[in-house]
Ligand binder design. Structure first.
Ligand code: BMA
Length: 308
């Protein structure tokens, strides 16, 4: 299929559609992880009011999903405005048996920023804090502590459809107080000439951390979102060792090019099958549905290094 080099689209795409949940306008930019004998996820469901909600979902095979019709009932001291805050673009990561969800939301007017919550069972969710000050639109935790601290990649923003975007790193001892912010990388040229932001949680590899991210170019008729890949240093993840010049996936199918927001490939989750070394990336398509694409991890790492 068009523009596939390393990642190949799943032939049954899109795997999740709005008709999978009553009252949904669109389901996209969602996060899935391994959970028990199967898989669980936190899904961005935009309702027919065009209000964004976080819903849980479960699957035996990571392809066929049953998504909850009700939004997650968030507990915790900082969750007062959760239900009225339009919550979107979740990422989920497991650290030592606890699952952490980070997402963007608007608990105060137009000030988008980041919430963080934890769960062990995908039934009870407790918000830990509002982890980033406005304006920030994307945050994802590393799946393990880095130098003894929790670590996070994020993308500072503005209140609107930000024309800029760079990846930053920060760390925390307790998941509440975040600091020691560091610039990781910014926009360059071509498909990633306008802005970049972190995608799914990075995966630890021999060379460091494998990061899948989104890159945007602004064109005469709007923003075009593609997927890219980089390898960050293992101990100093703010140092970029390799960054692929080629995109890994660009909008080319009807479901990626046509939807509420055309021309969007927005990666938010990545599963690694250690037995087969296969990577499965879950990505939002045109802000309307969820797509799946797979790649061999060894091939991908070779490709990123060769085209860096
Ligand atoms: C980003 C986020 C995503 C969305 C994308 C394209 O800034 O808002 O939710 O997929 O824009 O519209």
């Amino acid at each position: 299929m068009a523009n596939e080099t390393i990642f190949k689209r799943y032939e049954g795409n899109p795997i999740i559609k709005p008709e999978d949940v009553a009252g949904a306008n669109s389901i996209f930019n969602s996060a899935v992880v391994r959970f028990g004998k199967g898989y669980a996820g936190v899904f961005r469901v935009d309702t027919t009011r065009l209000f964004s909600e976080l819903h849980t979902g479960f699957s035996d095979d990571a392809i066929n999903w049953k998504i909850n019709e009700k939004q997650i009932d968030m507990k915790g001291e900082t969750s007062d405005n959760y239900k009225v805050a339009s919550c979107y673009d979740p990422r989920v990561v497991e650290i030592d048996g606890t699952y952490y969800v980070t997402w963007c939301y608007y608990p105060a007017g137009i000030a988008c920023h980041i919430g963080i919550a934890k769960t062990k069972d995908f039934k009870k969710f407790t918000q830990i804090t509002q982890m980033m000050l406005p304006y920030n639109r994307n945050a994802v935790l590393f799946p393990a502590k880095v130098n003894g601290k929790f670590a996070c990649l994020n993308r500072p923003s503005d209140p609107f459809h930000t024309t800029f975007g760079e990846v930053f790193y920060c760390e925390s001892d307790d998941l509440i107080h975040w600091g020691n912010h560091k610039f990781v990388f910014g926009a360059t040229s071509g498909w990633q000439r306008s802005k970049v932001g972190p995608g799914p949680a990075p995966i630890k590899i021999k060379e460091g951390w494998l990061l899948i991210y989104h890159g945007v170019r602004i064109t005469c008729s709007g923003y075009v979102y593609c997927m890219g890949g980089a390898i960050l240093d293992g101990n100093k993840p703010w140092k970029t060792l390799y960054r692929c010049k080629e995109y890994l996936l660009a909008p080319a199918t009807t479901y990626e090019m046509v939807g509420d927001v055309p021309n969007v490939v927005f990666p938010t989750a990545l599963l690694h099958d250690k037995k087969t070394n296969q990577l499965s990336v879950y990505y939002g398509c045109a802000d309307t549905v969820v797509g799946l694409a797979t790649a061999d991890m060894g091939e991908l790492i070779k490709f990123i290094k060769k085209n860096s």
